[in-house]
Ligand binder design. Structure first.
Ligand code: 5AD
Ligand code: SF4
Length: 486
């Protein structure tokens, strides 16, 4: 590392604890002292902002980062603030699953140069998946020297220590780990909603789908101990949480590598017993690992939501093989039929990639065929993005851009048409919904989410937010309903 980048091992005049998370609480206290001092110097509060670019796992990480900043004494700006980047500390939690996520980060980072000129005390941090790629860090060192701090996905829990180092240095602080087998629990978190929360159950991914960068930037699968998960959920429920979303890249393989292995289905059964917890969701399920045991547990459960996100990626068995997905078109269709037999009212959603290297018109038609047959409520459609370091990126037969765009538009049209049909099947039914927010576009209305993940707007007062109520679905308007409370 060049000499003007500070190595992380530093010495303080007093002795920080060795163990975690105590060590990080020590540094939170140190940061708080620094913030207080700065506030006195500037005669105003210090503002902090965490800007999230990625998936639900990243969003959850951002809550942890915000929690740490709040404890360190920063006043937090949120996404609704007029300019969340007008802060004394801006932290970008990045994503690299597709190239456009990277492009957005570079753009926003570039625009911070002028802000830092106006506010020389400003600290700029970067973390998350993109930072695990060496070429990204090289580029930032070279072209974005106004950055104060860079860290990755494995050492997120070290944020207080790294922040304190950055506060006391005018060099760029960089700490990226190549992997870890550690899971540090019990750091502060600032939850976005008081009544629902994400809960990590595992980190990393072992599947190495040939297009995907996640296993390289998030490392091997590591499951949390069931006891730690249950403890966290009980605490959340005590603080008013009604709904949890269990998070993992592939929740269906949860627990396989624990010293005392346990299945995901069993974990769900244990969580179901927690009194006061009303709803359980989870994300994401790999079709190859979705067990009959899980279907049976879901079918008899009162709390697990009737929604499965089951990424298809492609409907062509040939492409699925090239993608290393380890199921084929027939297996996928059999699985969705089995799920629908056990739970006829379930909502299925999916992810689809268009333009994987070598995809022909015939392959693409297979994808359309699956979309037609399954009837997804929603499908997230992506144009294939070449990720350096993945096996698919090395393939020569990349599909020309104009063909990909044309296929993408055809897929989107079908997905929307089928989605509209599928969503409207609940018209006239009475559903339990969790009221999530006041509806800002229609006065006197609130918005609730059903177990199957669909939204309904209905007349109601703001005090309903965070409660479960019964609503009759009167009219389907594409992807949401208008209803009335009963
Ligand atoms: N290009 C396009 N989409 C991708 N995804 C993952 N990697 C890529 C890529 N290289 C999509 C998959 C996955 C979702 C989270 O992102 O569909 O399920
Ligand atoms: Fe990527 Fe496949 Fe792992 Fe999902 S299961 S994170 S698509 S490698």
């Amino acid at each position: 590392m060049p000499s003007h980048y500070q190595e992380i091992k530093f010495t303080l005049s007093d002795n920080p604890p060795e163990g975690e998370p105590e060590r990080q609480y020590y540094f939170i206290a140190k940061c708080r002292e620094w913030v207080k001092h700065k506030e006195e110097e500037l005669g105003r509060p210090l503002l902090g902002s965490v800007i999230n670019f990625g998936c639900q796992m990243n969003a959850k990480d951002s809550e942890k980062l915000r929690g740490i900043l709040r404890e360190a004494g920063y006043q937090l700006l949120d996404d609704q603030s007029p300019d969340p980047e007008d802060a004394d500390l801006v932290l970008y939690n990045t994503c690299t699953v597709r190239e456009n996520a990277n492009v957005r980060v570079y753009g926003r980072l570039g625009s911070l140069v002028s802000k830092k000129k106006k506010n020389p005390h400003m600290l700029i941090g970067l973390c998350g998946c993109m930072m695990q790629e060496p070429h990204v860090v090289e580029k930032i060192k070279k072209s974005y020297s106004h950055t104060s701090l860079i860290f990755g996905t494995y050492n997120l829990y070290k944020f207080p220590e790294l922040l304190y180092t950055a506060m006391n240095s005018d060099r760029m602080i960089i700490d990226i780990w190549k992997n870890t087998d550690q899971i540090v629990e019990d750091l502060p978190a600032e939850r976005k909603y008081s009544f629902k929360s994400g809960v990590n159950i595992m980190f990393g991914c072992n599947n190495f789908c040939s297009y995907c960068i996640v296993p390289y930037v998030r490392g091997r699968e590591r499951s949390r101990q069931p006891e730690a998960i249950i403890k966290e959920v009980k605490e959340l429920v005590q603080s008013g949480v009604k709904e949890i979303m269990l998070l993992g890249q592939n929740v269906n393989s949860y627990g396989k590598n624990l010293e005392q292995p346990i299945t995901f289905a069993r974990l769900l059964e244990m969580l179901e017993e927690i009194e006061g917890l009303e709803r359980i969701r989870f994300m994401t399920s790999h079709p190859k690992d979705l067990s009959d045991e899980l279907i049976a547990v879901m079918a008899k459960s009162k709390k697990i939501c009737r929604h499965l996100h089951l990424p298809l990626q492609s409907g062509s068995s040939r492409i699925l093989k090239e993608m290393n997905r380890r199921y084929n078109k027939e297996k996928y269709l059999e699985l969705t039929e089995k799920i629908r037999r056990a739970m006829p009212d379930i909502s299925l959603t999916t992810d689809i990639i268009v333009g994987f290297p070598g995809e022909t018109e015939e392959d693409f038609l297979e994808t359309l065929d699956v979309v037609n047959k399954v009837g997804y409520d929603t499908a997230f459609t992506f144009i294939y993005s070449r990720r350096t370091g993945t096996p698919a990126a090395a393939q020569e037969n990349q599909v020309p851009e104009d063909i990909v765009k044309e296929r993408f538009n055809r897929l989107l049209k079908l997905v929307q048409e089928k989605g509209r049909q599928a969503s409207s099947r609940f018209t006239g039914t009475i559903q339990e919904v969790l009221v999530e927010e006041v509806n800002h576009s229609q006065e006197g209305y609130v918005t609730g989410r059903m177990g199957n993940n669909l939204l309904v707007h209905f007349p109601g007062c703001p005090t309903l937010v965070g409660t479960l109520v019964k609503v009759r679905l009167q009219e389907c308007r594409g992807f949401y309903y208008i209803g009335e409370m009963i």
